[in-house]
Design a protein around this ligand. Structure first.
Ligand code: AP5
Length: 210
């Protein structure tokens, strides 16, 4: 199954994509993680992306289209993949349609006020990409999966989150209509108090997994 996870920043795309990756054995391809890894490694692309990411703006289409196109050639994508955070603009979606056949675009929907709370407590592992929330870490500061020290993303500051939500509404939300018209959109509405397990059960049900 070739999937797109759509949704505003902090809706839970990464969290649920990782659970699904482990269950289905298909890769989670997060353009955000790839860009952050390039920033950490100090590559030319990473340095170019840094100022956009830290301001909560989108990285130029041609940069992300190129990295996704290359990544989808890899052997581990042969049986399916989860695109997490790509496409994010209509031109990215149109480019993707030239080199991939998508089965489902899953839209994860969550209210803005919950997003702001979740992102202020998010901690991430820059080594393996695992995501946590301080409410479930019990004071732990390292990654349960690989032992790396967890960090707060620079773009999770309240002002930058607000800009990311504005950018999402202007540039990414139009993809909901785009995929609806293609007949492959499915939406999961997440209640503010729902746990990760409850939201993941909704994701599984929406995808028709037994
Ligand atoms: P990216 O890394 O993709 O960020 P994003 O889309 O803004 O999404 P997030 O990673 O912030 O949130 P998420 O939906 O994955 O939520 P998560 O599961 O972590 O992109 C970052 C930047 O890179 C962009 O701003 C842009 O600059 C650039 N970029 C990336 N792709 C691009 C593209 N295609 N084009 C151009 N630029 C691009 O969950 C959030 C928190 O909530 C976590 O702490 C989690 O533990 C917690 N949580 C999740 N579910 C629940 C629940 N049910 N209950 C309680 N807590 C929960």
């Amino acid at each position: 199954m070739n999937l797109i996870f759509l949704g505003p920043p902090g809706a839970g795309k990464g969290t649920h994509a990782q659970l699904l990756m482990n269950e289905l054995g298909i890769p989670q391809i997060s353009t955000g993680d790839m860009l952050r890894q390039a920033m950490k490694a100090g590559t030319e692309m990473g340095l170019a992306a840094k100022r956009y990411i830290e301001a909560g703006e989108l990285v130029p289409d041609e940069v992300v289209i190129g990295i996704v196109k290359d990544r989808l050639q890899a052997e581990d994508c042969k049986n399916g993949y989860i695109l997490d955070g790509f496409p994010r603009t209509v031109p990215q979606a149109e480019a993707l349609a030239q080199f991939a056949k998508i089965d489902v675009a899953l839209n994860i929907d969550l209210a803005d006020e919950v997003i702001i709370k979740r992102l202020s407590g998010r901690r991430v592992c820059l080594k393996c990409g695992a995501t946590y929330h301080i409410s479930t870490l019990n004071g732990r500061e390292d990654c349960a999966a690989c032992g790396e020290k967890l960090v707060q993303r620079k773009d999770d500051s309240p002002e930058t989150v607000q800009n990311r939500l504005t950018v999402y509404a202007a540039q990414t939300a139009p993809l909901i209509d785009y995929y609806e018209k293609k007949g492959i959109l499915r939406t999961v509405h997440c209640a503010p108090s729902a746990t990760v397990d409850e939201n993941y059960a909704q994701v599984r049900e929406t995808l028709g997994l037994k």
